[in-house]
Design a protein around this ligand. Structure first.
Ligand SMILES: O=C(COP(=O)(O)O)[C@H](O)[C@H](O)COP(=O)(O)O
Length: 327
């Protein structure tokens, strides 16, 4: 754990470290944890003036913001909470911030349940769903289908290098869903047995591109070729406002040790880790699936063809200007 900036509570620093190291992971869960950390910052702040309180909140938001770059749910959460910070005194500011963070967390949970109901309508009794990574939004669709009495089976991609498919498989087994776990490279073969590809999203761009766990785009291309519809479950907190003005979404590059352990590296190169061994490992955590390979984006506001998602983005975000933690 690093040294927290002045005015930032240790719990913010530990949440930030947990997000960066993926002990807290997945776009919705990250947003929820960030809002919780801001609420704790507000509660525990010993600021003696409104200005000091505000500056502590901004520093806390910055610390959380700088952890992982791809899931827009994180800046969307931070912006939402900071914009609700209101009052003339420290205690008023504290109360409004905590209240706003709680509202955010409640809305997040409600949105996920609502999109689950909508996504479940796309699933018929007896359908087989292929999943990639672990997405709580995607799982919410399956949960709602099960609650509606439908029988659903799943083909779960392992999702190298971090194997988040295991988390998906574990959740589905807890719900009694029959699961076939496959390695990522087997996806095309098993698409013939699938009725849907169902994934989540870390960000959705204004042109309807879906940014999600690395491997999503290849899966979507194969699914299109096999005629299997691709459904993306994503609450509106995943819509990326900056993409309306031409910005692109940063793709996180993670440590090469997630792909290749030091002893495996030595085995390949015959050299010690510290030596320049001429071996480069690339580990992008996410990729971009173009809208033409996506059939539907399911949000709590209904399902959208990817090309029309920009209408919803304009409605929700209007003109966005700067970030509250940058002022
Ligand atoms: O790509 C991932 C997680 O990546 P990582 O494991 O690197 O965080 C998930 O599909 C999205 O975040 C959506 O998840 P959710 O629907 O839970 O928001």
């Amino acid at each position: 754990m690093g040294e927290e900036p002045p005015g930032v509570e240790p719990v913010v620093d530990s949440t930030a470290a947990d997000i960066a190291d993926m002990r807290i992971r997945g776009a919705a869960t990250i947003a929820d944890a960030a809002a919780e950390a801001l609420a704790t910052q507000a509660t525990r702040s010993d600021a003696s003036s409104p200005d000091a309180f505000r500056s502590g909140m901004r520093a806390a938001a910055r610390r959380l913001y700088e952890t992982r770059p791809t899931a827009v749910s994180l800046p969307n959460a931070l912006r939402y909470v900071l914009q609700g910070m209101d009052g003339e005194t420290v205690s008023e500011l504290r109360a409004s911030t905590v209240d706003r963070a709680e509202t955010f967390q409640r809305d997040l949970e409600r949105a996920q349940a609502q999109l689950g109901e909508i996504g479940a309508n796309r699933l018929r009794d007896g359908d087989v769903v292929m999943t990639h990574c672990h997405s709580t939004d995607a799982l919410s669709c399956i949960e709602a289908a099960l609650e509606a009495g439908k029988h659903v089976e799943a083909i779960v991609k392992e999702t190298r290098p971090r194997k988040q498919g295991h988390i998906t498989a574990s959740q589905l087994r807890e719900w009694g869903v029959p699961v076939t776990l496959i390695v990522d490279n087997a996806a095309r073969r098993y698409l013939d047995d699938a009725d849907h590809v169902l994934v989540g999203a870390d960000s959705i761009a204004a042109d309807g591109s879906v940014i999600n766990k690395i491997g999503t785009s290849g899966l979507a291309v194969n699914a299109r070729e096999r005629g299997v519809p691709v459904m993306v479950a994503a609450q509106t907190i995943k819509l990326h406002p900056d993409t309306m003005t031409g910005h692109t979404v940063a793709i996180e590059m993670r440590e090469d040790s997630e792909v290749l352990a030091p002893d495996e590296r030595t085995e390949i190169t015959g050299l010690e880790e510290s030596e320049d061994d001429g071996l480069t490992v690339e580990n992008p955590a996410f990729d971009v699936t173009p809208p033409r390979h996506v059939d539907a984006i399911v949000t709590e506001r209904g399902q959208f063809p990817p090309e029309s998602i920009v209408t919803l983005m304009r409605e929700l975000f209007g003109e966005t200007i700067g970030e509250p933690w940058e002022t």
